[in-house]
Write a protein that binds this ligand. Structure first.
Ligand code: GAL
Length: 476
């Protein structure tokens, strides 16, 4: 069969049709990729997070968050560039023009998060009306411009007042989190229909409570295990409240995920890959689907039992409307007995493709593999790619940013999303990380993920070539 014949067949079959494995990747040329291939109900958007864009860290009654505290600690030493999110993209003051820019770029949906300490400065109790007002204004502006708001309840910025009581290590967080999500749902649920309880629990428990690279900067095993279990439980806590309070809501949560390959086919490397897969991809989603913690494949997780109460196993389960997958790269696992938890390490691939500013391999097939892996769970109804994107160095020339490599990245990854969709994976949307360059956590402002460039001195936004490409693609 010729390529042309296959093209005719695939065009006739349309999105969602089954194609033999491997075929899409060969078939679609760059100029053949169109947003219409994904179907007219497919949701397209860009994603951000409160701490990374808002700034105004102590303005209008906002309380301190663990990220404020962490970045200010020891003269900023915790962050590679000694920077912080005090001002970030100044979205707090510039949300109107930013949302207008989204409309100008024809971007249908905007994912952002609520800063817990802006609405509840002490974490619980006293509500900061000015914080509620801010998110109301953001939501109303979105709706006015025809940009659909997608809200994440928790994107890593716990109120410091709660961290002072143990944060995610303290089981009381089940109540604290419930109070916070209830406030969000009651305040915004009349207009916001799409919700995500968490952004990447593995990232904030692993980064914050195991290796200490992220806020609150704790290094330890018992802190990690407690944080994992309480975060797992809070999926149901938050999900239940949102389901109850938001009429016709689309309630989900998001996970960081990366396909894992063993470095060699030696059984020890293969086993290390299985354990890494549990830790990075399976540990949070499986208990939520009612499958319990996957401790059979990662015996270390048996230690979680110490932190579990009688009904926990049952209450960990929650029936989400969708799961958001967030994929950037892949992981290659190698056995190393001395390493705790997985007895292995993750290494860059030997077949390393292009490497990003985060030192991550560009591996477009990874998003296809992850979508297939998650779609294989019976309990997942719908999938969205709630984050995907890339940091490459950018230069501004005559008010333009020619980020050719980023454009290519999106094309290659999107072809793989389409490939999964055409093989029957129920993927219903895709969000670019990120709308604009922003504060990249422990890396500071150096890695630029935006499709809109930001000059952090002047706060001038410039639509990059990738942003222009995305607009054109959305119209195709
Ligand atoms: C994700 C995270 C985002 C962003 C992105 C790029 O893990 O949710 O906040 O930082 O990675 O590194």
């Amino acid at each position: 069969m010729t390529r042309e014949e296959w093209l005719r067949i695939t065009a006739a079959l349309g999105a969602g049709a089954m194609l033999p494995k491997g075929l899409m990747a060969q078939l679609l040329a760059d100029d053949e990729l169109k947003s219409s291939h994904f179907g007219k109900d497919f949701v397209w958007g860009t994603a951000t997070a409160a701490y990374q864009i808002e700034g105004a860290w102590n303005v209008d009654g906002k309380g301190e968050s663990i990220w404020d505290n962490f970045t200010h600690r020891k003269g900023g030493k915790k962050i590679k560039t000694r920077e912080n999110g005090d001002v970030a993209c100044d979205f707090y003051n510039r949300y109107e023009s930013d949302i207008e820019l989204m409309k100008q770029m024809n971007i249908p949906a905007f994912r952002f998060s609520v800063a817990w300490s802006r609405v509840l400065p002490e974490g619980t109790g006293r509500v900061n009306q000015k914080g509620i007002d801010f998110y109301n204004q953001v939501i109303d502006k979105c709706l006015k411009e025809g940009v659909e708001p997608w809200v994440t309840c928790y994107h890593w910025d716990l109120p410091q007042a709660l961290q002072d009581k143990g944060g995610w290590m303290n089981r009381e967080i089940l109540d604290w989190f419930g109070e916070y999500v209830d406030l969000c749902a009651k305040s915004f649920g009349d207009r916001v229909k799409n919700w995500m309880v968490f952004n990447e629990p593995m990232a904030f428990t692993g980064g914050g409570y195991l290796i200490g690279l992220h806020a609150p900067g704790i290094f330890g095993f018992s802190s990690f295990l407690k944080a994992v279990h309480h975060a797992t439980m809070c999926h149901g806590v938050g999900g239940e409240i949102l389901k109850e309070q938001v009429k016709n809501g689309n309630i989900g949560t998001t996970f960081s995920c990366a396909p894992i390959d063993a470095k060699t086919d030696h059984p020890l490397d293969m086993k290390a890959a299985v354990r890494a897969d549990v830790l990075l991809n399976r540990m949070f989603v499986e208990p939520i689907l009612g499958l319990g913690y996957p401790s059979k494949d990662l015996p270390y997780l048996r230690k979680l039992e110490k932190h579990m109460k009688a009904d926990d196993e049952r209450n960990m389960k929650f029936d989400f409307d969708f799961i958001g997958v967030q994929n950037y790269t892949r992981t290659v696992a190698k056995y190393l007995g001395v390493v705790p938890i997985i007895n292995g390490i993750n290494e860059p691939s030997k077949k390393l493709g292009d490497v990003t500013d985060m030192k991550w391999e560009v591996y477009p097939e990874g998003i296809y593999r992850i979508l297939k892996q998650f779609a294989a769970y019976e309990g997942i109804k719908n999938l969205y790619v709630t984050e995907n994107g890339v940091a490459f160095p950018d230069t501004v020339e005559n008010n333009e940013v020619h980020d050719t490599k980023r454009v290519q990245f999106f094309k290659d990854y999107l072809k793989n999303v389409l490939r999964a969709k055409r093989e029957g994976v129920n993927v219903k949307g895709y969000f670019v990380w990120s709308f604009m360059d922003n504060f990249e956590w422990a890396e500071g402002y150096r890695p630029r993920f935006g499709i809109v460039h930001n000059d952090f001195n002047t706060q001038k936004r410039i639509i990059k070539d990738s942003g222009k490409w995305f607009t054109k693609f959305l119209n195709s």
